[in-house]
Design a binder for this molecule. Structure first.
Ligand code: GAR
Length: 207
């Protein structure tokens, strides 16, 4: 068993409520610790939130780069420089290609606001309401090159109420996200920390 915690890097694009839930959960005997919050949006509200929580932040603004490959290289470099072992996407709204994902195989997790495989992509709450679904929810999954289609690690369900708008449903799903994502991250990090066969790629301890 590794004698150090799993370093978690978190990618955001917006308000960062899931990021905050993850960071707040990583205390005490938690097998992971937050090492960096990266935003691709300069004025993302989550950046100030991360500062308040005492987590280092970085901006890797996709509009600063000539193409997606250059953006992904910079994103990779930011996480690698922070000693990241595991990346948690938390409201990160850029599609990542195999160029990035292949460098972090089995080490990227994401939260998505639907019960995958239903409603990958955008506008999940609009689609759930339009379809007349009785239930909605959220999914934490491992990230592969297939958008929102990686192995499912956990889900939480909430009811869709008769008078729900996409906004009211989003509030209910988001509350479920804040419970689900920390719980799943803890399990994933615990498995990584305990795995003797797959020592942490960025581990700085002698093996
Ligand atoms: C969350 O609902 C998350 O599931 C969703 O964006 C929101 C971010 O909120 N993510 C996606 O749609 C990814 N495709 P937050 O910034 O407050 O965590």
């Amino acid at each position: 068993m590794s004698d150090r915690r799993v370093n978690v890097g978190i990618a955001i694009s917006g308000g960062g409520s899931n990021m905050a839930a993850l960071v707040r959960s990583m205390t005490g005997d938690h097998p992971a610790r937050p090492v960096l919050v990266v935003s691709n949006v300069r004025d993302a509200g989550g950046l100030a939130r991360a500062c308040d929580l005492g987590v280092p932040t970085a901006i890797v603004d996709h509009t600063d780069y000539p193409d997606r490959a250059a953006f992904e290289d910079a994103l990779h470099a930011a996480f690698a420089a922070a000693g990241t072992d595991l990346i948690a996407l938390a409201g990160f709204m850029r599609i990542l290609t195999h160029r990035f994902i292949d460098r972090w195989t089995d080490r990227i997790v994401n939260i998505h606001p639907s019960l995958l495989p239903k409603y990958p992509g955008l506008d999940t709450h609009v689609r759930a309401i339009r379809s007349g679904d009785a239930e909605a929810g959220c999914t934490v999954h491992s990230v592969t090159s297939n958008l929102d289609a990686g192995p499912i690690l956990g889900q939480a369900r909430v009811p869709v109420l008769a008078d729900d708008s996409p906004t009211t449903l989003a509030v209910r799903v988001l509350a479920a996200e804040h419970e689900l994502y920390p719980r799943i991250l803890r399990g994933v990090a615990g498995d990584m920390a305990a795995s003797v066969a797959s020592p942490l790629p960025n581990s700085d301890v002698p093996r």
